[in-house]
Design a protein around this ligand. Structure first.
Ligand SMILES: [Zn+2]
Length: 208
């Protein structure tokens, strides 16, 4: 057996392992992350978010609290706040939402807010202006370092992902995000979910 044969066998073994480690696709609805200062401006001094349900990424949760988003052209009610609080307030909407609100929202990775969109956030009787806070989240895959090794990708890599189903689609420009704090999952927004007729239980297939 030469090295080439060993490579072929290794490749087949990795394929088999990957068959049993699918990357589930999750469609994220519009949501808000608040900094502590903005949370207190909206809900009162010393306020803490209350947990409604855990999300797939360890430590992240959907809260019971809701806000309303206001742009020059429209309003979106009942928007979820995700916890825990962050250093900067960040509003994630779809392109469809941005058009309805009448605001600019660039496609960005989480945390990259310079020059991003602005809107008003309302809760109960308070309102704040959230400048440079609104983005359309760039589609991405969360992975552990072990999964990254199996898929032979690294943090920041851009890959293509095939979605198989009623409206089969290949997404390009999917960012790989690697951390030992993550759990494998691909995140798309509702526009992307509708574009591929997303159904719960679909998995991401990386293609080269
Ligand atoms: Zn994500």
């Amino acid at each position: 057996m030469d090295n080439h044969d060993i490579d072929i066998i290794a490749e087949r073994i990795i394929e088999k392992i990957l068959d049993h480690r699918p990357i589930p696709i999750e469609a994220s609805g519009r949501h808000v992350h608040l900094c502590q200062k903005d949370l207190e401006s909206l809900f009162g001094a010393g306020y803490s978010l209350t947990k409604k349900k855990e999300l797939s990424q360890p430590g992240q949760f959907q809260s019971n609290e809701k806000v309303m988003l206001i742009g020059p052209k429209g309003v979106i009610k009942n928007v979820s706040i995700l916890g825990p609080v962050r250093v900067h307030t960040q509003v994630e909407v779809s392109k469809t939402d941005a058009v309805a609100l009448g605001i600019q929202a660039p496609v960005r990775e989480s945390g990259d807010l310079k020059g991003s969109g602005s809107l008003f956030i309302v809760a109960q009787n308070s309102i704040i202006k959230a400048d440079e806070s609104v983005i359309v989240a760039k589609r991405h895959i969360h992975m552990t370092p072990f999964d990254a090794k199996l898929y032979r990708v690294k943090n920041g890599d851009i890959v293509k992902v095939k979605i198989e189903g009623e409206r089969s689609l290949i997404f390009d420009d999917v960012v790989i995000r690697v951390s030992d704090k993550y759990k494998a999952a691909m995140h798309i927004d509702f526009d992307e979910a509708n574009a591929c007729c997303y159904l719960k239980g679909m998995n991401a297939k990386l293609i080269r």
